[in-house]
Design a protein around this ligand. Structure first.
Ligand SMILES: Cc1cc2nc3c(=O)[nH]c(=O)nc-3n(C[C@H](O)[C@H](O)[C@H](O)COP(=O)(O)OP(=O)(O)OC[C@H]3O[C@@H](n4cnc5c(N)ncnc54)[C@H](O)[C@@H]3O)c2cc1C
Length: 243
């Protein structure tokens, strides 16, 4: 890390550390970097401070007190989402969103450690208060009044196809809309994701619905929206980085 952030080194913000690891992996053509705890933290302290991850790594044959630990950057939060106000209310009347799916404005362009769970807690409470205040007399709809789902098609979704499409979306998002975004990568992702999305939409219209198919359709839509937003945003800030 001294080559990337001489002052903060591995304590630099998470997006900086992640991009540095990614850059080293690309430069050296390797699939991971190594984390070295053994030469900086005494053995007893590693066991005492990191008991869970110590046991977890042991199960994979890695002893944190003796071995180098293979690491790669991984997505563990998202920034942005459904735009809501300070009460969790979206721009659609009576539709609320809270937690990871919501964009409350609290995090800005990056998340600081441990603010996500606090946000969920605070907005969960505020949203509940708002609903009770704004809609005191509203009761849940009578399920008997909700018409049954009408299936349009009768093709049976093939789980292998759903699995393959889902992993294509994940790979595309990781490689083209990931840590370092370029116009070429984003263009390529948009082309391929739109093709995939229209293919999935056609399939969705002609198939019996399953949880996997609904999830795949939502994933394709979300991927297109995220990629379009990344494409339009030319300014690098926080976890959105354009080269
Ligand atoms: C590895 C990792 C480490 C993290 N570390 C921290 C940390 O240290 N501190 C911190 O503050 N935050 C941390 N976060 C972020 C934090 O955990 C999340 O932001 C938070 O858990 C989001 O809560 P949520 O309730 O909004 O969403 P989730 O916890 O994702 O809950 C969504 C729920 O909806 C369910 N669901 C999905 N689809 C459907 C469907 N169609 N029908 C019914 N149910 C559905 C899911 O099964 C899930 O239970 C971490 C995240 C990760 C991945």
């Amino acid at each position: 890390m001294q080559n990337y952030d001489a002052e903060w080194k591995d304590l630099a913000p998470r997006d900086v550390v992640a991009r540095s690891i990614y850059h080293e992996m690309l430069t050296h053509g390797v699939t991971n970097m190594y984390l070295d705890l053994r030469s900086t933290i005494p053995e007893a302290r590693i066991r005492e401070h990191f008991p869970n991850i110590y046991q977890k790594c042991l199960a994979y044959g890695i002893d944190l007190t003796r071995d180098l630990v293979p690491v790669v950057p991984g997505a563990h939060y998202s920034c942005g989402g459904i735009w809501v106000d300070e009460w969790g209310l979206s721009t659609i009347d009576r539709l609320y969103a809270i937690g990871e799916v919501a964009c409350t404005g609290l995090h800005g362009a990056n998340r600081l450690a441990s603010t996500s769970l606090l946000e969920g807690l605070v907005w969960g409470k505020r949203t509940a208060q708002h609903i009770v205040q704004q809609h005191p007399d509203r009761s849940a709809p009578d399920p008997a009044l909700i018409p049954p789902w009408r299936y349009i098609g009768d093709e049976v979704p093939d789980p292998a196809l759903i699995g393959q499409d889902m992993s294509s979306i994940k790979n595309m998002m990781w490689n083209y809309v990931g840590l370092v975004r370029t116009t070429d990568r984003l263009n390529r992702a948009l082309r391929e994701l739109r093709n995939l999305e229209s293919e999935i939409e056609r399939f969705y219209r002609s198939s019996k619905l399953t949880d996997g198919l609904i999830g795949l359709r939502n994933a394709a839509r979300t991927a297109v929206i995220v990629t379009m937003a990344a494409w339009e945003n030319k300014q690098s800030m926080g976890c959105h980085y354009r080269e």
